[in-house]
Ligand binder design. Structure first.
Ligand SMILES: [Zn+2]
Length: 440
């Protein structure tokens, strides 16, 4: 079993006691943390030692909602007149892009985005995938990218009636069974659904039956834009959470994404069913949507997480966006600072710990060895009172020097030495014009 020692770090453990350890060390065996603190480095003879040179060392970050397949949208302008609302944007860009991907495109788009995530200190991604032209086996292509980079992933396939999606249902079921039967815990699975606005009764029935019989959670967009609320009311006479409850979709392993238009009743139902809610503020801003009632969700006791929704693979900037978005919305400079930080650092961890068997998100004994060392030696005091300020105003702009995922050094001096980055970028650059042409 390989072993790794990190020395001379300013450790932000985020553990039960919220310990901050100066000149601290971490000892790792295999993919697990064995010891954290001020022990003498020669206590262990490790295969490899990394000197953190006084930099901050913290647990790897978690992205609670991503669309890795969206990578090749960068710089693309859909043909025709610009989209003027949420639904037009889905139709003119996202539903054409996902249909244009073949299985190698799925692999390469995931690979690049996971590499970006690793370089931004993220070690676990909960993804929501769609590629209707190559649905069967597509989650294996995404998994292949996770394994090549070395991060952990929780995958699902986005079922939607826009694709008459028997295949999407099968792909979820196949992949959930594959993860369940595997004794390797790097990957986990959920049952993916697009949103109520594209899911009819028959499809929801089938998905709910299969997902519930396999005892997995669902990963579904909810009340992202008014259209989702309106269509559900017009077609079924139900509010969003009531409609989900009709199919037993809510539960402690289910993630509802966005919740921009959730009112008091929905928040109560999220809480009473112990469901999770993940918001992606940059995505909501990009789509010109309303602001999600994050503070009210927290007041209701909902487990709120944060994700990037395909906007980027950078998590600290996402928490920063959430904090600024909420302050602007409430026009109140006293709110959302610690809330946004805790959503990123504590709630995303709780969400993962419901979906994966291996515990993560703290620097403490027995945790998965997911660790990030940014190039960040603090020049103002770093402790429990000041850390969130360092996070949102310093670490958000710091380059990551080292990322360790599952006990393996993935990023070294800002590079991914186990991958040929130039070759991967060249392959992607070759593929993208062909993908864009298929969209036109
Ligand atoms: Zn999304």
């Amino acid at each position: 079993m390989s072993s790794l020692l990190i020395t001379n770090g300013h450790l932000v453990t985020l553990d039960e006691e919220n310990r901050f350890v100066e000149k601290g060390s971490i000892y790792i065996e295999g993919n697990q943390i064995i010891n954290v603190g001020n022990f003498a480095p020669d206590t262990y003879s490790a295969d490899r030692t990394i000197d953190a040179r006084g930099s901050l060392v913290m647990p790897g970050l978690i992205n609670a909602h991503h669309h890795l397949y969206s990578t090749f949208a960068r710089g693309f302008t859909p043909p025709g007149p610009p989209a003027t609302n949420f639904e037009e944007n889905l139709r003119s860009l996202w539903w054409k892009l996902d249909a244009a991907l073949d299985s190698e495109d799925v692999y390469y788009s995931a690979l690049l985005a996971i590499m970006h995530a690793a370089r931004a200190g993220c070690t676990t991604i909960i993804d929501h995938h769609a590629s209707p032209s190559c649905c069967d086996g597509s989650l294996d292509q995404v998994e292949r990218a996770f394994r090549d980079v070395g991060l952990s992933g929780c995958l699902c396939y986005e079922v939607s009636d826009r694709n008459r999606d028997g295949e999407g249902i099968k792909e979820n079921e196949r992949y959930i069974r594959k993860c369940r039967d595997s004794d390797n815990d790097q990957m986990a699975a959920m049952f993916g659904l697009h949103a109520l606005m594209t899911l009819g009764t028959r499809t929801l029935d089938r998905c709910a039956d299969i997902g519930n019989s396999l005892d997995v959670g669902f990963h579904v967009h909810a009340a992202e834009d008014e259209i989702d609320v309106r269509v559900t009311m017009e077609r079924y006479g139900r509010r969003i959470m009531d409609r989900f409850l009709d199919f037993a979709i809510p539960g402690s392993k289910t993630i509802f994404v966005h919740g921009v238009h959730f009112g008091e009743r929905e928040l109560d139902l999220l809480r009473s069913t112990d469901s999770m809610l993940v918001n992606a503020p940059e995505s909501n801003m990009n789509n010109g949507l309303s602001v999600a009632p994050i503070l009210n969700m927290l007041k209701h006791g909902v487990t709120v997480g944060v994700g990037t929704d395909g906007m980027s693979s950078h998590m600290i900037s996402q928490a920063r966006a959430m904090y600024l978005h909420q302050r602007t919305y409430h026009r109140d400079p006293t709110v959302a600072f610690s809330e946004a930080c805790e959503i990123l650092l504590k709630n995303n961890r709780s969400i993962c710990n419901r979906l994966f068997r291996e515990p993560r998100g703290m620097l403490s004994k027995g945790q998965l060895a997911d660790i990030v060392i940014p190039d960040y030696v603090p020049f103002t005091p770093l402790n429990a009172d000041t850390f969130y300020g360092h996070l949102l105003f310093g670490l958000s702009f710091a380059r990551v020097r080292t990322t360790i995922a599952r006990g393996q050094v993935i990023v070294e001096d800002g590079q991914l030495p186990h991958l040929d980055e130039d070759e991967i970028r060249a392959r992607c650059a070759e593929r993208v014009p062909r993908i864009w042409k298929r969209i036109n």
